[in-house]
Design a protein around this ligand. Structure first.
Ligand SMILES: [Zn+2]
Length: 126
């Protein structure tokens, strides 16, 4: 059971709506004056970055979300919205594990490229 607090959100279609709000929610997407169906509990964003020659570059971000009144495909349970290149991908635990597995495979390919570059530079005497 997730610890919660209670919040009241003024909606355009149901007036004031009082709901439990999980403690991980930042409250940024309890849109006052919006439709009840759009109320979203949103956690803090976690950015994943890569070091580059110009500094860290964000390649994806994750955010915990829950939409308690949605009729949409994400359902009303907690999920993680994964942002990649401006697109959001609602994802459950298995999908996150699959993404992590793919990142490990990508890391192996990147390391192989690094070893190949090292060999080429050595052959050039650099
Ligand atoms: Zn909330």
């Amino acid at each position: 059971m997730t610890a919660t607090r209670t919040v009241t959100v003024q909606t355009s279609d149901h007036g004031p709506v009082t709901i439990p709000c999980p403690l991980w929610c930042t409250g940024l997407y309890h849109q006052e004056g919006g439709a009840r169906i759009d109320i979203t509990h949103t956690g803090p964003e976690t950015e994943l970055t890569l070091p580059t020659s110009i500094g860290p570059v964000r390649h994806m971000a994750t955010v915990l979300e829950q939409r308690p009144f949605t009729e949409g495909p994400t359902g009303r349970g907690v999920f993680v919205d994964v942002e990649i290149d401006g697109q959001y991908h609602p994802t459950g635990p298995h999908g996150l594990d699959a993404m992590a597995d793919a990142l490990v495979e990508n890391a192996a390919a990147l390391r192989a490229t690094a070893r190949r570059l090292t060999t080429l530079l050595a052959q050039e005497g650099k």
